[in-house]
Write a protein of this length. Structure first.
Lengths: 273, 93
């Protein structure tokens, strides 16, 4: 295992790039740790620790924005967290070589998903102008503010969305990445939740999925606690830096550059095998 | 004329925001302490860091479940309880 200060530096860089590209810190961290010589079975839990740290650190700002749909997030997590348990158990049983190829494939999939853009399905509704935006009790619907107007929405095709979320959970448990690159498009394009709400809700849910994976990894004895603490520090610092810079850059161009960089890391991972 | 106060929903959200800010600050402090402390003194701090890391999202779910139960939103309170059940399952797998 690299020394703690090097782990902090790797986590800062990965979280910084991941946040800039809207992918989350672990997407870069796990492949980079493997390239740095860390056993994939030990790198995956460190990725999960980075995801939980990023999710916890982003929590206050996203709660203030009122964009997180907690009822939707908790519903999604029942299936995604179950998938993560399955993924974490399976991941412990496969060889390092298979796990590395899986990680490279997931990184390329994430890069491709990140380079795409998502649509929007709702417009402002004058009937909701006076209401405080947020989630509606007892439902998977709510409203959010867009360009000064209140836009109502409601999650649709919930069974199909939940089925896909279980796959995102399995991938997260296998690879240690958050799975937000799948969750946001599934919420946006299958469940027709507005992209801003989907992105905020996903940041909350990936933290829960990865926390569940981390519990399984702990039981499997795959977590180096000192290394995990170093990664937590780097993930929080890099995530804050990435968020600050992201607001000043052109989002589409940045996302595409980061996606290309991630694809390059994935190819390097395969070539090294 | 006084400013309109925050609604009860926003006040409750502010409480959760403050709790999460404190958790993030403590988590960062513990993680930094782990990095600077020499071996073997860093071990118990690392354990505390990871324990806090795992507790943060679970506390948020528990808080939401209790809040929904009090609001009479029993269906989603049960969903939150179900999710905590899945977390418990992860601890015994």
């Amino acid at each position: 295992m690299p020394p703690p200060l090097l782990l902090v530096a790797l986590a800062v860089g990965s979280a910084f790039l991941g946040t800039l590209g809207g992918l989350g810190g672990a997407m870069f961290l796990v492949p980079v740790l493997i390239l740095a010589g860390v056993d994939p079975l030990l790198a995956v839990p460190l990725g999960a620790a980075s995801v939980v740290a990023g999710s916890v650190a982003a929590g206050p700002a996203q709660l203030r924005s009122g964009l997180v749909h907690h009822r939707l997030g908790v519903s999604i997590e029942v299936v995604a967290a179950t998938g993560a348990i399955v993924g974490a158990v399976v991941g412990d049983a496969v060889s390092d070589r298979v796990l590395t190829f899986l990680l490279a494939g997931i990184a390329i999939l994430a890069a491709a998903m990140s380079a795409r853009s998502s649509g929007q399905f709702y417009g402002p509704d004058p009937l909701h102008t006076a209401e405080q935006p947020g989630e509606w009790p007892g439902t998977l619907g709510g409203s959010y503010r867009l360009a000064g107007e209140v836009v109502p929405y409601h999650a649709r095709r919930v069974p199909a969305g939940l089925s896909l979320m279980s796959i995102a959970g399995v991938i997260s448990g296998l690879s240690g990445v958050g799975g937000g690159f799948l969750k946001v498009p599934v919420m946006g394009e299958v469940m027709q939740v507005p992209v801003k709400v989907a992105a905020a809700t996903s940041t909350f849910t990936v933290g829960v999925t990865s926390a569940v994976s981390l519990i399984v990894y702990l039981r499997q004895g795959r977590v180096d606690l000192v290394a995990a603490a170093a990664i937590v520090l780097g993930a929080v610092v890099g995530g804050i830096g990435g968020t600050t810079l992201a607001s000043r850059l052109a989002p589409t161009t940045t996302r595409r550059v980061v996606a290309l960089l991630l694809a390059a890391v994935a190819v390097l991972l395969v070539v090294r095998q | 004329m006084s400013e309109p106060g925050l609604g009860p929903r926003l006040v409750r959200r502010q409480v959760l925001v403050r709790v999460l800010v404190v958790i993030t600050a403590t988590l960062t402090f513990l993680a930094a302490l782990t990095v600077v402390l020499p071996a073997p003194a860093e071990e118990p701090v690392a354990v505390a860091t990871v324990a806090m890391l795992l507790a943060a999202p679970l506390l948020r779910i528990a808080w939401l479940g209790v809040r929904w139960w009090r609001l009479g939103d029993r269906r989603f309170a049960f969903v939150a309880a179900g999710l905590l059940g899945v977390v418990a399952l992860a601890a015994v797998v």
